[in-house]
Design a protein around this ligand. Sequence first.
Ligand code: PGA
Length: 261
Amino acid sequence: LSSVGAAMRRPFVAANWKMHKTVAESVTYAHAVVPLVEAITDVDIVVAPPFLALPAMADALADSRIKVASQNVHAASHGAFTGEVSLEMLQGSGVTVVIIGHSERRQLFGETDAGVNAKTRATVGAGLTSIVCVGETLEEREANRTFDILDRQVRDGLAGLSPEQVATQVVAYEPVWAIGTGRNATPDQANEAHRHIRQQLVSQFGDSAAACRVIYGGSVKPGNVAELVGQSEVDGALVGGASLDPTSFSEIVAGSRSTAI
Ligand code: PGA
């Protein structure tokens, strides 16, 4: 089932800018990247700028196929949550995709699997696409706990979604030791983890959940993307540092097409 599904899973490539770029810099990027990826019609392309740049990016990308994502969201619809942003606010600014539970959110801002789950349910319930991030630390990998960690993060993070909802979401496998370190997972390591994640999804939600795209993140670059995304279980990439330059990001989008061909 999984290998049949691989041909049907369209590559999905997302830029995660983290805390980089002003509004003006974001718009300059948008105008630069659109012509670079215009001809690539067989990849889903997403850019996640900081909150402040979301409306301007949605405007600048309105006539393109590039979708705009936020890097976070609050699960509640409104209320006394100083400094937070709701789904309704994001939707009103042209956002259709939300990154949830990035390891930096988990490690630096105390996000838990329960919090990730609340955000994921709210996001999917509102009709947006979630990119739920999972991944083990180096310590956990060395202690042979990788699969346990991934099982827990997937099980608890996506709990309560319907099989139909899961099939249209995205899970990002981002080994913490590979993020921003220049040390990517090997294609074999990535494929093994992705296969495990997909098995967990199928055992939790049934066969239709195999359609959920599982993308890889952690030191993806133009030079390694084709080999990573060329793996049967790797459906795309979540890119940090190498997404900040429009040419580099467009090369990564182009390199991810190897699965589609
Ligand atoms: P990186 O970040 O590409 O800079 O390693 C990936 C991520 O954190 O999503």
